[in-house]
Design a protein around this ligand. Structure first.
Ligand SMILES: Cc1ncc(C[n+]2csc(CCOP(=O)(O)OP(=O)(O)O)c2C)c(N)n1
Ligand SMILES: [Mg+2]
Length: 627
């Protein structure tokens, strides 16, 4: 039989294939790849670079840093509930390894992204090529092997015809609700340019249906029975609620059953903040309401959660001796955590199956009233923190309050690392499911601005408020330029506290006086910590000037009133705007009966460390095994 073929280079075949892949769920179909981010070098310019030039249907975007372009893709995919993403192309060597951190962000957060790092020559005769890692043990080693543990699918394509089996595997993983994450296809520089007669069918329009898998029927019946018997059930809503587009179904389930909800970092926004049974953030960065409810819950319904230590307060959150877990999760691995009754399936489909079996059932009335009272008390606490007017420098909590109350209510707020994730988890009032975008699986400093760009690209109709600390800004702020280049306006709120404040606080709690967390000059060969007080000589860093230098419109603020005015002014500025505000390093938001296991040194000559160790030893026995 004569099958029609098309003669293309390996790289052209990859690009042509990507253009023809679509994803469908609930009857809605869209191209799976919205474009390709890239930085060219000798490892991809004549391969993928040439192919992108030849096939402009896959729009190419120039970025500043390979790590940040993966962040942009990941944030885009999160905004799109994993139904769409980007490809990222890099050269070989450092361009490739720059993407490693981004790959880990994608895989840990279960968000799809396709990485196409260039690789060393397949034909080998000219080795070692520029940027090649040599190994005396094997010629089949390159830096791209480092992607293996952070990729859900990894392949190296030495010959064009290998694409015929690799590309469909890549798509299966990227569109799988349970397996998705980073996919890496390492593409040797020479092989990218080699031609082959590909079967034309490889390039047919293909639609990948994203299923809503149903859980085992008997397990659903057992779950309903357990929920009916429970006196103090609690829902832990995770990112899976969003990815499955189950927020409306969850609200109906909560309204019908009266079961209260605590939200994880990825799950926040699953319910509107003012729902009377929304207890808000749960865990280390949780509210008093959710943490109290967790402590005495006798049944926990984990929906789309990985149960990270931040959610479980390092396994101390749930203290009822007989507490049991039911996990609704599309990933079997997560569904089985905490010795749970696993309901392995799509969150929305599973809630739909569970709801009819609970018809007429509600939690005991006194429990519901208790939870509603906790919710109201928590809202009063947020009001209190929003109303603080700290001086001379404002507190972070009041600034967050201003963004929440004066910012566009349809906006998306993005953040990832530092002291803000905890404050935002507690204080941010979600008015719609996408209002709160936290990357807290990897909590990667530098995700904020690059990710903000991805959000804006995913939904240009929304305002995007990028909340970024000075440390994160310095680590990876340069995609400001890309946002200006491509006309995607961001409002960046640069919270400057002259250092790594979150780790400063952690350091103090460990008896270590903020060592290594302030931006100050060394004194007598040592970096001063908090013990130096205001005497330490600060660094001449001007981040506002830096942002201006990158092309952003910059508004500098000193007071809360300045900040309010800046937020209003920023709404009317069409270009990416950076609002620079200094805040007080010590005016933080407290913890609410939560705990996080960070062990202080077991032996030390520092008395404060010894004290911290004793306090830690007293809490450790609260950690539970759920067997
Ligand atoms: C890439 C990366 N490196 C290190 C850390 C550890 N870390 C967490 S928060 C933080 C400091 C963040 O500083 P900044 O952005 O200024 O926020 P602040 O803590 O001052 O609010 C560090 C170093 C991290 N999360 N990510
Ligand atoms: Mg800081």
């Amino acid at each position: 039989m004569n099958t029609p073929t098309e003669r293309l280079t390996l790289a052209q075949a990859v690009v042509k294939f990507l253009i023809n892949q679509h994803a469908e769920r609930d009857g809605q179909t869209q191209p799976f790849f919205a474009g390709c981010f890239g930085i060219f070098g000798h490892g991809n310019i004549s391969g993928i670079g040439q192919a992108l030039q030849q096939f402009p249907e896959l729009r190419y975007y120039q970025c500043r840093n390979e790590q940040s372009m993966v962040h942009t893709a990941v944030a885009y995919a999160k905004m799109k509930n994993r139904l769409q993403t980007f490809a990222c192309t890099s050269s070989i060597g450092p361009g490739a390894t720059n993407m490693l951190t981004g790959a880990a962000v994608a895989t840990i957060n279960r968000l799809p992204v396709l990485l196409l790092p260039g690789d060393i020559f397949a034909r080998r005769n000219v080795a070692p090529v520029l940027q090649q890692l040599e190994s005396s043990q094997s010629q089949d080693v390159s830096v791209n092997d480092c992607f293996k543990p952070v990729s859900r699918y990894w392949d190296r394509i030495y010959r064009p015809d290998q694409l015929i089996t690799a590309l469909p595997e890549m798509m299966r993983v990227l569109t799988s609700p349970s397996e998705t994450g980073a996919v890496t296809l390492a593409l040797p520089q020479d092989a990218q340019t080699e031609a082959f007669d590909f079967p034309a069918a490889l390039f047919r329009r293909r639609v990948w249906s994203i299923p809503r898998n149903r859980p085992d029927a008997r397990s659903v019946a057992l779950a309903a029975e357990a929920i009916r018997k429970a006196k103090r059930p609690l829902i832990v809503a995770g990112g899976g609620v969003h990815y499955s587009d189950a927020t409306d179904t969850l609200r109906a389930f909560v309204d019908a059953t009266g079961i209260p909800v605590g939200e994880t970092m990825a799950g926040k926004g699953a319910l509107r903040f003012d729902h009377p049974l929304n207890l808000g953030a749960i865990g280390v960065t949780g509210t008093l309401a959710a943490n109290r409810a967790a402590r005495s819950a006798d049944l926990v319904l984990g929906i789309g959660t990985r149960y990270s230590d931040f959610t479980t307060c390092s396994k101390t959150a749930f203290q009822d001796p007989n507490v049991r877990f039911i996990n609704l999760n599309v990933t079997e691995f997560d569904a089985f955590k905490h010795g749970a009754l696993p309901l392995t399936g799509d969150a929305r489909a599973t809630l739909e199956e569970l709801a009819p079996l609970l018809a007429g059932h509600t939690v005991p009335a006194p429990y519901r009233q208790e939870c509603e009272a906790l919710h109201r008390q928590w809202e009063a606490e947020v009001d209190r923190i929003y109303a603080i007017r700290h001086s001379p420098l404002p507190s972070q909590g009041e600034l967050i309050g201003a963004v929440n109350e004066l910012g566009d209510p349809d906006a998306v707020m993005i953040n990832a690392a530092g002291s803000m994730p905890g404050d935002l988890h507690k204080l941010w009032r979600c008015r719609h499911p996408k209002h709160f975008h936290l990357e807290y699986g990897f909590s990667c400093m530098g995700y904020e601005i690059a990710g903000g760009l991805g959000i804006k690209m995913a939904d240009p109709s929304r305002e995007v408020y990028v909340l970024v600390g000075d440390g994160s800004y310095l680590m990876l702020g340069n995609e400001l330029i890309t946002s200006i280049q491509e006309g995607y306006k961001l409002t960046v709120i640069l919270m400057d506290n002259s250092g790594f404040n979150s780790i400063g606080g952690l350091s103090r709690s460990l008896g270590q006086q903020g060592f290594g967390t302030r931006y100050v000059f060394p004194k007598e060969g040592r970096l001063p910590g908090d013990e130096a007080g205001p005497d330490a000589e600060t660094l001449p860093v001007d981040l506002a000037m830096n942002a201006r230098g990158l092309g952003a419109h910059v508004i500098e603020c000193r007071t809360h009133a300045d900040f309010v005015a800046a937020l209003r002014a920023a709404r009317d500025i069409p270009r990416t705007t950076v609002i620079h505000v200094r805040n007080d390093r010590y005016a933080g938001v407290g913890g609410y009966e939560s705990w996080w296991d960070v062990p202080p040194a077991e032996v030390s000559t520092m008395p404060a460390v010894q004290t911290a160790r004793k306090a830690w030893e007293a809490r450790r026995p609260d950690e539970r095994d759920f067997l």
